[in-house]
Design a binder for this molecule. Structure first.
Ligand code: ADP
Length: 297
């Protein structure tokens, strides 16, 4: 079983002719709403790939909470430890997209910001039993720290989004940053070359194994003193939203099934590559049979 501790956001997406500058109002197109949030995306990614997934998180007591809980359940994610929070809105992301496809995003964490160490302690039994516990950075550090302390299996920490001043959990087995998040963790500028990425990532190997995701350049895996570059699969990407979430969910499934880190990272690259060939976040996430067919090409 995989435990995902993290955020649930209702994404509200509006096309705009141009992004407003401060003080300006622009008229957008029809709004669309989709389930999102890094925690929810990673949980759905893992469930769609055949993982048995339980979620630890918080929603508000509004309509968005029902949408988020319904979406998680319809993907087979177990929601007993998603707590409703009276008087607080469910997390939402306000996303405007201009004609060039450029996003401007405001996240209102709402109930996600209320997830506490006590919430994780209430899910202690689940966290102890989980083969893999997956954490991100859209809930308070105290919740992540408690979850990592309670986790009986492998702790995968995706330090996303990059938050200045965030403190990584006391125990991490596999750290999965992208280039920007790696820079935030090491206090360096965003590393450009593979050598720069390796030098920065090496500073973090004291925490655990490190897998730096590099978009179309694949991943760099560092485990102890060993270092391996795994190239990305060649695809025609149309929307790379949630590629990182797809990777983390898939990595968790493979690790829970007993794959080595290298096998798991390769498999996760395949799932993530598929997700870039389709628009959206959760709708783009791959099913297991698709990954198998993709790898058998
Ligand atoms: P994030 O979305 O967190 O910034 P990345 O952009 O690094 O994460 O993408 C995560 C993974 O998704 C990459 O390591 C790679 O395996 C896969 N991926 C992303 N973009 C592409 C692409 N253009 N082609 C193939 N695979 C990709």
């Amino acid at each position: 079983m995989i435990a995902v501790v993290g955020s649930l956001n209702l994404d509200l997406v509006t096309p705009v002719p141009k992004h407003p500058v401060p003080g300006e109002t622009v008229l957008g197109g029809d709004i669309a709403q989709h389930p999102g949030g890094k925690g929810a995306n990673q949980a759905v990614a893992a469930a769609r790939l055949g993982g048995q997934v339980s979620f630890v998180g918080r929603v508000g007591d509004d309509d968005a909470a029902d949408i988020m809980l319904g979406a998680a359940r319809s993907e087979g994610v177990e929601t007993t430890h998603i707590v409703r929070t009276p008087g607080v809105p469910t997390g939402r992301a306000l996303i405007s997209v201009d004609p060039a496809g450029e996003n401007a995003i405001v996240v209102s964490p709402g109930a996600n910001s209320r997830l506490s160490a006590a919430d994780c302690e209430a899910a202690a039994d689940l966290l102890r039993r989980a083969r893999v516990t997956v954490l991100q950075q859209e809930v308070p550090d105290e919740a992540n720290h408690a979850a990592a302390r309670l986790a009986g299996g492998t702790v995968v920490y995706n330090p996303a989004p990059a938050v200045t001043g965030a403190v990584p959990p006391p125990r991490v087995d596999v750290l999965v940053p992208n280039r920007t998040e790696l820079a935030a963790l090491t206090g360096t500028s965003v590393p450009a070359t593979l050598d720069d990425v390796a030098a920065a990532a090496r500073k973090l190997t004291g925490m655990g194994a490190v897998i730096v995701t590099l978009g179309a350049d694949g991943v760099l895996l560092l485990e102890g003193t060993a270092q391996l570059h795994i190239p990305a699969f060649t695809v025609r990407p149309v929307d790379t939203t949630a590629a990182g979430d797809s990777f983390c969910g898939a990595l968790a499934v493979a690790l829970a099934e007993g794959s080595t880190l290298e096998q798991a990272a390769r498999w996760a690259c395949a799932a993530a590559a598929i997700s870039t060939t389709r628009p959206g976040a959760q709708p783009s996430l791959a099913r297991r049979d698709e990954v198998d067919a993709f790898l058998a090409r």
